[in-house]
Design a protein around this ligand. Sequence first.
Ligand code: ZN
Length: 327
Amino acid sequence: MYPWLVSHRQQLQALVRHGQLGHALLLKGMAGLGKRELAKELAQMLLCQHTSITPCNNCHSCQLNAAASHPDHHVITGEERSIGIDAIRQLGQVLNESARLGHGKVAVIMQAEKMTEAAANALLKTLEEPAGEATLILTSAHPEQLPPTVRSRCQQWLLPVPDSAAVLAWLSAQGQDGSLTALNVNQGSPLNTRDYLAAGTDRQRRQLLQQFAELAGHRHLLPTLQQGLLAEPRHLQWLQLLLQDALQLALGVNTALRLVDSEPLCRQLSRLGSARLNQALTELVQLRRTLQPTAGRPVNAALQLGQWLNRWTQLSAAGGRDGRLPH
Ligand SMILES: [Zn+2]
């Protein structure tokens, strides 16, 4: 179990032991915190045949769970684009049958916010008429997208973002040399930061930021940057953080930078002045909104991105001519 989840597991364990766990639980918390693992562990705890030391990892039930073949443990992974009504109806039927091993049933719905409206309505029926021994566990990184009627029928459990120092220590124990910047770029998510570091994405970020800051003097880099960002529009977030940090410095706001390791670059860009930085930032926020996958990608995504990079090149070149951006 991840160290930042240990105390949550203990508290949930205590609820189970005292019979205070409701028949529906909603585990809330940002992506990359380990909600899936906690839900899995909780399911194992509920199904274990040795209730005094749950989970015992020894009984028939625990062994079936370890092999992911427990007949009373049902999971909807939420890996598809959406969770449809058929999946929820099917789950409702299964939960109405009696437990095969006679020790309750658990259904886990991961990324529950992906339920369609019809699916959520079907789930409401299950939530309103709980099958005697069934426990439902919903997990969601976007609980605000769940209908209030679903939320209000669940016992809610919030997993907060763990302390940075503790996560950095954990990353280092995983053999990943994490930095505060890498953590900030991933909104403090331990698992997302681990994957990001393992994939070498941090190097990619530093390179992209450098090229972006120097675009005015190296215009030949523009098509490469454009292609890279078109393939990975989420990397625009790095540029947004860079511009935000630079703007913060330009305005003399005294709060910690998010891109701690790119401070020299942020300082260099801050000399462009707040008006230019603010303009680039506002346009970038707008651009990111139009490029969001949920917004339905615009046909002219490449064009919009190219235009923005062009405006940035001109803007930063003008700043350089003013003598505000010395090399
Ligand atoms: Zn057991």
